[in-house]
Design a protein around this ligand. Sequence first.
Ligand code: KG4
Ligand code: ZN
Length: 343
Amino acid sequence: MRAGPKILAIESSCDETACAVVEGLQVRASVVASQVAIHAAYGGVVPELASRHHLTAAVPVLRAALVQAGLQLHELDALAVTEGPGLVGALLVGVQMAQGLALATGLPLHGIHHMEGHLLSPFLGDHATAARDFVPHLALSVSGGHSELVLVEGLARYQVLGSTRDDAAGEAFDKVAKLLGLGYPGGPVIDRLAREGDPQAIAFPRAMLDRQRFEFSFSGLKTAVAVHLQQHGQPSSRAALADLCASFQAAVVDVLVMKARLARRKFGCVAMTIVGGVSANHGLREAMAAAARQDGFELWTPELRYCGDNAAMIAAAAALRVQAGLAPGVRVFASGAIDEVRR
Ligand code: KG4
Ligand code: ZN
């Protein structure tokens, strides 16, 4: 995309306080203050603590983003903020700050659905990568709170083909890591260990459900890991731990890739994306790249720095909305489902 509107976005839906500035789909600044170390001690995100830390991080993160972009507030064209879904107390910090900025500057404020940001993250460009023109595609959206296959027919035209019936993919990683005493968040550490292990060491179940539908279920797999640990005890060596991680990860990846391939064939999409925190997973990226070569489709994944929560993806969504002539405004979602997002 050529130069577009200059937009500053704030993201505070969970445990990252983030601020970014884009020009169209080109990232000029992206600052993320992660609270992972704070929540790790509790084995998961503590909402009250998240809100408090957003409050202290918000202004310094905003200042840092403006300095990195080399811009002042009056040089921007619009503001954006994650309006949901997420932790209410955490979202409030970002939304209130953005509304205050909008009031003070007179700039329009675009509320952005968090998952819409993730959906657009593979299209971002920055100092190291070129932006990609937005085209209709199929998205596998996998994070700590979501696992769904979304037909992205256009901007703000999202059709959910299927989602998880129970745990999200990232949640399964986090819960299994907890069972193994590997700390929070579980995805990155399981991913690292899995690279050393044998994915065929333990035959964990693959819940394919109905093959004509695109729903997922991961709670049975988590239970299978718990039962395995009850029967065999905790892995006694790093090699045994790596085998267990590799076997668990392979079960998650197999299901995600299988369902995504079925959906792509059924809907005839020429391109697919993987987005959300779990899109950083090496096993998933490699398996989907192999599927893309075999089935002949384009695969676009976000750069690793835009897989987890960040504000660049929120700013990019707003930039596309501005270019499409959509009106600003912050909304309240009833369910938080991505198909509630309208033009
Ligand atoms: O998108 P995200 O940062 O936050 C949400 O919107 O939920 O996703 C966080 C999730 C966590 O469950 C984390 O364990 C998972 O993404 N994750 C990974 C990896 N990196 C983060 N899962 C598997 N492999 C990874 N490398
Ligand atoms: Zn996210």
